[in-house]
Design a protein around this ligand. Structure first.
Ligand code: ZN
Length: 214
């Protein structure tokens, strides 16, 4: 996890201690679900394994010295809504933040986005940082896809594991940058509907365990 957090920082997806990374810890049947999450206000560039905090889904710390990320509620809301998700990464990457400020959803404009993220990338309704409203609004914007933009704030990407979640976050930033530039050029050509349909079918086939959200 510390490695993913450092990678996220090196890739320019966050600055300083902004953004956060978590992974679901597979509980045995008798145990309550837990997550491991990056701590509040700790620079990612130098993050070590000992800095990671383990909490339950009420965000009560179970292990670790530091305070869990202030956006822990967002991570828990996503794990509760999406049993297929094993890792969540929240970034403040620049181009997705441009769209977060503009309130523009990213329509299906690149093949790889539909196949890997599952369709358009929606901008959530606004929620105050660290609030339950933010957690619920972003989970709603995520739906059954793998990324969403957080209104006036940043982005979130999810995956089966940390590696996939990080790849998704990098892809979100890439398509955001492309979409911002294409919007500035004044012309956006959407993928043909039949391509979107075929690519969405591939996404659903690869992710057949995604629950019935939206
Ligand atoms: Zn944030």
């Amino acid at each position: 996890m510390a490695e993913t957090a450092r990678a996220m920082s090196q890739m320019g997806l966050v600055t300083g201690a902004s953004g956060n990374v978590s992974t679901r810890l597979a509980p045995s049947d008798s145990e309550e679900p837990l997550l491991a999450i990056t701590p509040m206000a700790t620079s990612y560039a130098t993050m070590e394994a000992d800095d990671i905090v383990v909490t339950d889904f009420d965000i009560e710390p179970v292990e670790g010295e530091l305070m869990p990320s202030s956006e822990s509620m967002l991570h828990v809301a996503i794990y509760q809504a999406r049993p297929d998700v094993g890792a969540v990464i929240h970034t403040h990457s620049v181009y997705s933040s441009v769209l977060a400020v503009s309130g523009l959803d990213i329509p299906p404009v690149l093949d790889e986005v539909v196949v890997n993220i599952g369709g358009p990338i929606r901008v959530s309704e606004y929620g105050f940082p660290s609030s339950e409203a933010l957690a619920q609004n972003v989970t709603a914007a995520l739906g059954d896809r793998k990324a969403a933009i957080i209104a006036n704030h940043g982005a979130v990407g999810v995956g089966r594991d940390l590696e996939e979640a990080l790849e998704i976050c990098a892809l979100v930033e890439r398509v955001s940058e492309i979409f911002v530039h294409a919007t500035a050029l004044g012309q956006i050509i959407h993928l043909p509907p039949e391509a979107v349909e075929a690519e969405t079918a591939i996404y659903r086939m690869r992710n057949s365990d995604i629950g019935g959200v939206e």
